[in-house]
Every structure is written in C-alpha cells, then in structure tokens.
Design a protein around this ligand. Structure first.
Ligand code: SF4
Length: 476
C-alpha cells in the first residue's frame, strides 16, 4: 500500500473517498452508541470511579515499569519461556525471523497485533518466503486488500460488505461467487481460516496485558482466533509493547472490564485467554516452545517526559470513535499504524516530529478524546504541546502569522484600539465579502478560509446599538 508522505495529500484523498467516510461514520457511530449504553448500565458515577482506578493502575505501572518488566521476565523464564527485549522494531523482527528460520516455518498464523504492524513484521517474514496468515477477520480482510488497519480494534472499518465480497471472491478464484451478505461472508472466512489452524509451523500473537506476578499473557478477542493460535502452535511467539504490563490479576479484572466497555460496549470480551509459559505436563494444548518479544521502539524515551502518560494507553480505540476529525478522514490519513487522537500523539513521539508533526493539527482540541479515554490520557493537551514542540523544532513561525497575531494582540489590548480596528475592518472588508460571508482573503488567512467561511462583520456592532436598545428596554 502506497502511503503519501504529506498529511495534507492524505487527508484530501480521504475526504474524496465517500465509501470510506460512510463506512467509518457508521462504524464509529455504532461503537459510540454501544459504549454509551454500557456506561449508562454501570452508572456515570461508578464509571468515573472505574476510570480513576484504571488511571491510577496505569500511572503506577508506568512509573515502576523497570520493576514490573523484571518481574515479568523472571516469571516467563521460570515457566520455560524465552524472552527477547528488543530496543528497536528491527531487533524484534530479526529475532522472530531467526526463529522462523530455525523452525523452518513455512506457515505462520497470526492473531491481531498492532505492535507487529508497527514493526512491519509481516513483510519481513514474507520476504524470506514464509506464508503469513492473519486469523482475525478484520486483519485478514486488510491483508487481502494489501492495506494497513484503519482502526485499532476494527481494522477493516473503512470497507463495506461489497468490497469485502470482492476480496473474498478473488480468493475463491473459479469457485462460485459468494454474495455480499454478512452471514455468508463470515461463513466463508471461518471455513477458510479454520483450515490454516490445522497447519501452523509458527504462531504469533499480540498481547493485551502481560501479568507481571505470574508471567501470564492475556489476549482478548471476540472471534477466539488468538486462543486457537496459542493452543495449537507448538512454537508460539507473543509480541508486546513494553508498557502493556499489569501487576497482578486483580488489576487485570479492572482493565478487562474497562477495555471491553470502552471498545465495543460489551461487559466483557467474548474470549479472554490467559496463558503462561510452555505447555505443562498433563496439559492437552499450548506451545512446547514460547517466546515473549518485548518491544521498546522509542517507548522508553517517553518515560519521565511530559508525554509519559501516553504509555497508559490500553488501545481500546474509544478516542478514535469520539474524534470528529477521525470520523471524517478515517485511519489511513494518519499515515502510520496508529490512527485517531492516540495516533496523532504516538506517531510523532515514536517516529519523529519531523515526519508526523503535522498530525498535531488533526484535531479540533475539543477534548472529546480525553472524555472518552478510559485511562484519562490528556490527549488534547499533548496535541497542543506537540504543536509547540513542532514550532520550536522548526525554529520558525510563519512571519505573516506572527505579525497578524502581534497586531491582533495589540489591537485587542485596549478598548479604543479594538473599536477603531474593527471599524476599519468593517469599512475595508467589502472586496472579500460574498453573500454575507468572507470566503477568501490574503495570506495568512487564505489557507484557513480555503476550508471555512467566516461571517462578514455586521453593518452595526452590538456595542453601537446597545445604548439605543437599553433605552428602549427601560422605556418598556
Ligand atoms: S488513548 Fe485512551 S481512548 Fe485512545 S486508544 Fe488509548 S486508552 Fe483508548
């Protein structure tokens, strides 16, 4: 999938894709509705208590990450697993490639994992001749379309059933075409993917939470595919971001409940799989060899910084559904793996402000993402701080913009100057006014006006007519 380097080009492309916009609005609307129902069922007061508890848990873990990482690694090793602490995405990919080579793995079956998208694992494995199959339905759809996820929990949210039917019919080749009916599409995917489970050389999963005091890995799915991958793979690799840790199952209970309600409005995800280490004696399934790959890839440099709280994220996708910008441009316009408000913060922090700094402007700063976030990450404050960092990095504001704001500030600092300046503006605005609106103008407001109208200044200002109005009011 070709990704335009410029955010402006990406969002322009997105805004012209009517099918995508309709699908994303429908999908995010449904998820928002289900989340609202779930909160109503719990009660607003209890929900806020839940959020406070979850925030406190995540803050504590991130502040003691070194300690919990050490405990997790010890417990995974004790249970017969291997651990790779990868400083970069490349190190993680290299480790998994070597393992695939050692195991002579031809068929690799994966369950959904955003961090493997982040480190570009699939293309690296495919390049060495492995067949990689995504077993999550949404991930499989975008794999067939050669695209990246457009939503954190619903990767193919941008596609409608007709597009999915076309992709599946391509897989079917000469077999009779299946209609674009959801039940038939799901039945076909289930049958096709089931076959791949019977033949796994190497299984790869993501990780929702790793439990430090037991070394258990928790994976939540509604399709059960991660459970099958982890049960049937003789060699299993789990890839996790280094911050996805919880101290014990006590905290896990809080987070699982909050994750499901925030993501899909469910009380609990259908399959919550906890597995630790390798298959024990007398156990009927589970891996004989287990590798946990813990990926840093820029996360540790956020510790102790003003952006540390972004590591509290549990990838529920709720901020995407709440964001008016995401709902109009979809996920691919964000350019990297993580879309929406969390992506607009994470991408520049993990991949560089020079490459993804423009995403800090993909927001109205309305704060809806913060309100929706179950762990209360102040995403809107971070987006604002990133804008400042970007200006600081480039060591330049636009000259005209600087002058405009300085002039505006000087005019608005005194009543007489303010009144004089708006009278002048009213007098000289006429060449720019069309049908009562200012629809175009000179730089720097020309860019702003490209996408918005501004009401023309009124013939009479309120402060000019107020003395007359107040006199009339008193007389009545
Ligand atoms: S930032 Fe908050 S709302 Fe957004 S994905 Fe992360 S946990 Fe969910």
């Amino acid at each position: 999938m070709h990704i335009e380097p410029s955010f402006t080009k990406r969002y322009h492309k997105a805004l012209s894709d009517k099918v995508m916009i309709k699908a994303v609005k429908l999908g995010t609307g449904r998820l928002r509705g289900k989340r609202a129902d779930a909160i109503q069922a719990v009660g607003e007061k209890r929900w806020q208590e839940f959020r406070n508890r979850a925030e406190a848990i995540r803050l504590h873990v991130v502040q003691h990450l070194d300690q919990y990482l050490e405990q997790l690694v010890d417990n995974v090793l004790k249970k017969g697993g291997h651990v790779c602490l990868a400083r970069t995405g490349d190190e993680a990919v290299e480790y998994i490639k070597n393992l695939a080579q050692k195991k002579n793995a031809k068929n690799i079956v994966k369950s959904k994992s955003m961090v493997t998208e982040e480190i570009h694992l699939n293309p690296a494995l495919e390049k060495m001749g492995c067949k990689v199959i995504e077993s999550d339905l949404g991930e499989w759809i975008i794999q067939l379309a050669n695209e990246t996820p457009s939503h954190i929990i619903v990767p193919a949210m941008h596609k409608n059933r007709f597009q999915v039917a076309d992709l599946f019919n391509e897989v079917r080749g000469d077999e009779p075409k299946i209609p674009a009916e959801t039940a038939e599409l799901c039945a076909f995917a289930r049958k096709y993917l089931r076959k791949t489970f019977m033949n796994i050389d190497l299984g790869i999963t993501g990780c929702n939470f790793a439990v430090a005091d037991s070394g258990a890995i928790t994976i939540c799915t509604n399709e059960g595919n991660a459970r099958i991958v982890s049960a049937l793979s003789s060699t299993l690799v789990t890839v996790m971001g280094m911050e996805r840790i919880l101290p014990s199952v006590e905290e896990l209970a809080v987070m699982l409940s909050l994750l499901a309600r925030s993501a899909t409005g469910q009380k609990i995800t259908v399959y919550n799989t906890l597995s630790a280490g390798i298959r024990a004696e007398m156990e009927l399934d589970g891996p004989q060899e287990f590798h946990l790959v813990i990926v840093d890839n820029g996360r540790s440099k956020l510790l102790g910084s003003k952006y540390e709280k972004v590591l509290n994220c549990i990838r529920c996708g709720s901020c995407l559904n709440a964001c008016p910008v995401y709902r109009n441009i979809g996920g691919h316009a964000y350019g990297w793996v993580y879309p929406g408000p969390i992506g607009a913060v994470l991408s520049p922090l993990l991949q560089g402000l020079d490459k993804y700094g423009e995403l800090a402007y993909a927001t109205t700063l309305c704060g809806a993402c913060h309100t929706a976030c179950p762990v209360k990450i102040p995403l809107h404050d971070m987006l604002y701080a990133l804008r400042n960092d970007k200006v600081e990095l480039e060591k330049k504001g636009e000259l005209m913009e600087d002058l405009t704001y300085k002039g505006w500030s000087a005019a608005f600092a005194s009543m007489s100057r303010y009144r004089f300046s708006i009278r002048m503006a009213r007098r000289f605005q006429f060449p720019l006014v069309k049908a009562g609106k200012i629809a175009f103008g000179p730089p720097p407001i020309s860019d702003w006006l490209k996408y918005r109208d501004m009401p023309a200044l009124a013939d009479e200002f309120f402060h000019e007519i107020w003395p007359e109005l107040s006199k009339e009011g008193k007389e009545k």
